[in-house]
Design a protein around this ligand. Structure first.
Ligand SMILES: [Cu+2]
Length: 170
């Protein structure tokens, strides 16, 4: 007859506890004006399902967090924050489905302000979500709030849809 030493019981209890209690991870939103770098730090974060990521705005600057339409796992949930403007302002998101979540800041997409959260493991290529036309249009309209002036593709598309043909109306 064998007995588990008391320390083994304590050890098992603590393993059980840590596997049940989800962790919180912090991503700093850094506005490095001197070096023209607006970055998420860390830009790649590896977590476990059920964990929560808390993005924290370092200074009073406008940033947000939005996942790319096709940058999330098939079964995953898209991520989108409000616009954080104040120093210390936070956004929280809990990730439940394993895989890769690629995101960026809308106003600073053109500065390469991107990041990713890897839940358990990276997605394989065929595990990424394929966005619908509606999802792409919604995303595109959000982009156009910031980058509308040179969006020739969108202008061409609107022109294509325009029913009026001035040359033949008289
Ligand atoms: Cu930003």
């Amino acid at each position: 007859m064998t007995y588990l030493p008391r320390s083994a019981g304590v050890f098992l209890a603590s393993v059980f506890a840590t596997s049940v209690v989800a962790a919180e991870h912090e991503v700093r939103i850094i506005s490095d004006y001197e070096n023209l770098r607006f970055v998420f730090e860390p830009s790649t974060l590896v977590i476990q399902p059920g964990d929560t990521v808390v993005w924290v705005n370092d200074v009073s600057e406008e940033h947000n967090v939005i996942s790319y339409p096709g940058g999330i796992p098939n079964e995953g949930t898209s991520v989108e924050s409000h616009y954080l403007t104040e120093a210390g302002e936070t956004f929280r998101h809990t990730f439940t489905v394993a895989g890769t979540y690629q995101y960026h800041c809308l106003p600073h997409l053109l500065m390469g302000m991107t990041g990713e959260v890897v839940v358990s493991r990276r997605s394989t290529l065929d595990e990424f979500h394929i966005p619908s036309r509606d999802e792409m249009m919604t995303y595109r309209l959000k982009l156009l709030e910031w980058f509308d002036e040179d969006d020739n593709l969108f202008k061409v598309r609107l022109a294509d849809k325009s029913p009026d043909q001035p040359d033949h109306q008289h």
